[in-house]
Design a binder for this molecule. Structure first.
Ligand code: GAF
Length: 382
């Protein structure tokens, strides 16, 4: 939706005022999945799809919000007990509360918002929403909160008001995104580096299964608990291990009999994935996309067999990619449905998409959705 369209809807809802307009993107992640809450590396980039919001202070202590895509309104106060009923409004409320908890003076506002990040596709629609409001409120109330802290505000919103114990990747990518660049972020030190990403002769494309499994957030939180338990157990012998990122496979083997088989598998995946992100950084510096692709397939295998966050439909698309000779393919984001991310040679692109659509439809009765990836800028005022 364009700025003009959002402004028009704002004016229909809240009168002929002139609000400010802000936008924040969703993200892709080349590699480094379920590593961001293990102090390890991720490799995301912001995309050209996201959330857009018009906002104007209303001189009260209440927020009046309208979700354009859902045609739903919500009105809530800014105290802890004012938690709104509507799932989407919790994100806006959570951002306000997290700012207030940090000492920021936020008052009431009127807002409408819309988005074009597909929901539940693993492209971070929720982080795009949080980042839009964190960025906007920081700007409008002149709060002077730095961009790292804005990302933490979005993350804490997930933890405290949504119930997902997520890492920092999605909010970070949405706020720090840069056109044409992926970002390698070290989630332990929060050091980051922009990598120009314009792989000549290749395209990045997402295939969305349009499947979203129930209980994804509780399964996500359970993965995190497994990782933390494995890291704590290793730390009893190796106190230098603060996160799984600090552990080696030898250390993990030492505690094999002290943790469950499930926790062992989760930790094994994370330790291997940490090494894969390092390998992919080196490969990107050499322009070696074949290695990048191999690592993507390895990640898919790990996410499917060790971390168990894939699903039948995602495995199917991954197999189709492999059979078709696609350079790299894997499940992207938290998993349990959503998208695969595919690195495809230009000359294979059309036939791969046609093949994937046909085979997927034969098996599941509908085609996957196709999204070409354009790496774009992060949060901004329009
Ligand atoms: C979700 C989470 F929000 C991220 O923090 C990250 O853990 C990701 O799943 C998996 O890599 O998007």
């Amino acid at each position: 939706m364009t700025k003009e369209q959002v402004l028009k809807i704002y004016q229909e809802k809240f009168g002929n005022n002139t609000p400010e307009v802000y936008a924040s993107p969703g993200r892709v992640n080349l590699i480094g999945e379920h590593t961001d809450y293990n102090g390890s590396f991720v490799f995301p980039g912001a995309i050209d799809k996201g959330m857009i919001a018009a906002i104007r202070l209303n001189g009260t202590e209440k927020v009046r919000a309208f979700a354009i895509d859902l045609n739903e309104s919500s009105e809530f106060g800014l105290n802890e007990e004012d938690l709104p009923q509507e799932g989407w409004a919790k994100y806006i409320f959570g951002v306000c509360r997290e700012i207030i908890k940090r000492g920021g003076a936020v008052a009431g506002f009127d807002t409408v918002f819309a988005g074009d990040v597909p929901l539940g596709a693993g492209m971070s629609s929720s982080a795009a929403l949080e980042s839009t409001y964190a960025y906007a409120l920081n700007d409008m109330f002149n709060l002077g909160i730095d961009t790292f802290e804005l990302a933490r505000i979005g993350q804490s919103t997930e933890h405290n008001y949504v119930g997902v114990k997520c890492g920092i990747m999605d909010q970070f990518a949405s706020l720090f995104g840069k056109k044409g660049h992926l970002i390698r972020l070290d989630t332990k030190t929060m050091e980051y580096q922009y990598f120009p990403f314009d792989p000549e002769g290749y395209k990045l494309v997402l295939l969305d299964t349009v499947v979203k499994h129930e209980l994804a957030s509780s399964a996500y939180n359970k993965r995190r608990e497994s990782c933390e338990h494995a890291a704590e157990t290793i730390a009893k012998r190796h106190p230098e291990v603060k996160f799984l990122r600090d552990a080696t496979m030898d250390m993990l083997k030492e505690v094999k009999n002290e943790i469950s088989e499930e926790d062992y598998m989760r930790a094994e995946y994370v330790i291997e994935e940490t090494q894969r992100v390092r390998d992919v950084s080196d490969a990107l510096e050499r322009g070696d996309y074949e290695t990048v692709g191999e690592k993507m397939y390895e990640t898919h295998h790990g996410m499917s067999k060790l971390y168990e966050v894939s699903c039948e439909e995602l495995d199917f698309l991954n197999d189709v990619a492999k059979e078709h000779g696609v350079t790299g393919s894997r499940v992207m984001g938290g998993g349990f449905g959503g998208c695969t991310i595919n690195l495809v040679k230009d000359e294979l692109y059309d036939s791969f998409i046609a093949d994937a659509k046909l085979k997927f439809k034969e098996k599941y009765g509908h085609e996957p959705k196709v999204y070409d990836v354009v790496i774009s800028d992060g949060a901004r005022k329009l």
